[in-house]
Design a protein around this ligand. Structure first.
Ligand code: NAI
Length: 286
């Protein structure tokens, strides 16, 4: 049987989640995705109308099949956690069962188990503010959406993950070096995510023989990154200063993810793996 993957954080064909889905599909995996509730409608409509067909193309010429799209808001673990204003919001009212616990239950009911869990989502409402100007609320929101969301997903999906399975998330070097402009507590959120990768690798390894790794990716002009505002500058900076002076393709991150969740990486867990044209190794911009 082929492997089954659940990829949280796909809402268009530009981001790392989409590229990871494609790399896993090309390797023969069955693809399920979790899409942020407010983005669900437009994603499903675009998918249905063939807007992504060009980017669904796999190396063998076939089109990536997304077996099922689940609405998801990874900021809420179960229905009791959802505040009234969100429940009543018309972008949410049209969908159901989108808290983490309910999505895991739905996947279990639909498919029984998964082998691969991908976390490719982040959100920091105050990302454009320096940390010195970030509110407590904004900081905690960044941690909730970008770090605890992974803890919660793994917590709820681990019971339906087949032993030998693996999970992966996406992080950014702003966790360990100061990157002015990556604010709002997003740098703190990535630091938490990387630390949690080690602790969860231990716990999920012992509990379910599941590996946990994170990819520290270089800059990509995704929808989320454009919201931060300086992504074009970061791409240019990387191009000028990295050991490999080439564009970083989302597919290169996708391929690394496919490797890390495959048996080829069966002894790798708890690691932060850089996929950034080597930029992290430089100590001096030249
Ligand atoms: P993206 O926009 O393709 O992906 C982010 C996704 O998160 C979106 O689909 C959005 O709808 C979803 N999302 C936001 N809040 C959510 C919530 N509460 N529940 C469920 N889904 C939610 O952008 P990108 O850049 O591909 O982001 C994927 C991951 O890659 C993120 O963790 C990001 O921090 C990381 N990353 C991105 C880099 C870049 O330069 N684009 C560099 C390094 C890491």
């Amino acid at each position: 049987r082929g492997k089954r993957a659940f990829i949280a954080g796909v809402a268009d064909d530009n981001g790392y989640g989409w590229a990871i889905a494609k790399a896993l599909a090309a390797a023969g995996a069955e693809i399920l995705v979790g899409t942020w509730v407010p983005a669900l409608n437009i994603f499903e409509t675009s998918l249905r109308r063939g807007k992504f067909d060009e980017s669904r193309k796999l190396p063998d010429g076939s089109l990536m099949e997304i077996v099922k799209v689940y609405p998801l808001d990874a900021v809420y673990d179960s229905p009791e956690d959802v505040p009234e204003d969100v429940k009543g919001n018309k972008r949410y009212a049209g969908s159901s069962n989108w808290t983490v616990k309910e999505v895991a239950e739905s996947v279990k009911n639909d498919f029984g188990s998964i082998d691969i869990l991908v976390h490719s989502l982040a959100n920091g409402p105050e990302v454009t503010k320096p940390l010195l100007e970030t509110s407590r609320r904004g900081y905690l929101a960044a941690l909730s959406a970008s770090s605890y969301s992974f803890v919660s997903l793994l917590q709820h999906f681990l019971p339906i993950m087949n032993p030998g399975g693996a999970s992966i998330s996406l992080t950014y070097i702003a966790s360990e070096r100061a990157i002015p402009g990556y604010g709002g507590g997003m740098s703190s959120a990535k630091a938490a995510l990387e630390s949690d990768t080690k602790v969860l690798a231990f716990e999920a390894g012992r509990k379910g023989k599941i590996r946990v790794n994170t990819i520290s990716a270089g800059p990509l002009g995704s929808r989320a990154a454009k919201a931060i505002g300086f992504i074009e500058k970061m791409i240019e900076y990387s191009y000028v200063n990295a050991p490999l002076q080439k564009e970083l393709l989302a597919d290169e991150v996708g391929n690394t993810a496919a490797f890390l969740v495959s048996p080829l990486a069966s002894a790798i867990t708890g690691s932060t793996v850089y996929v950034d044209n080597g930029l992290n190794t430089m100590g001096l911009a030249v």
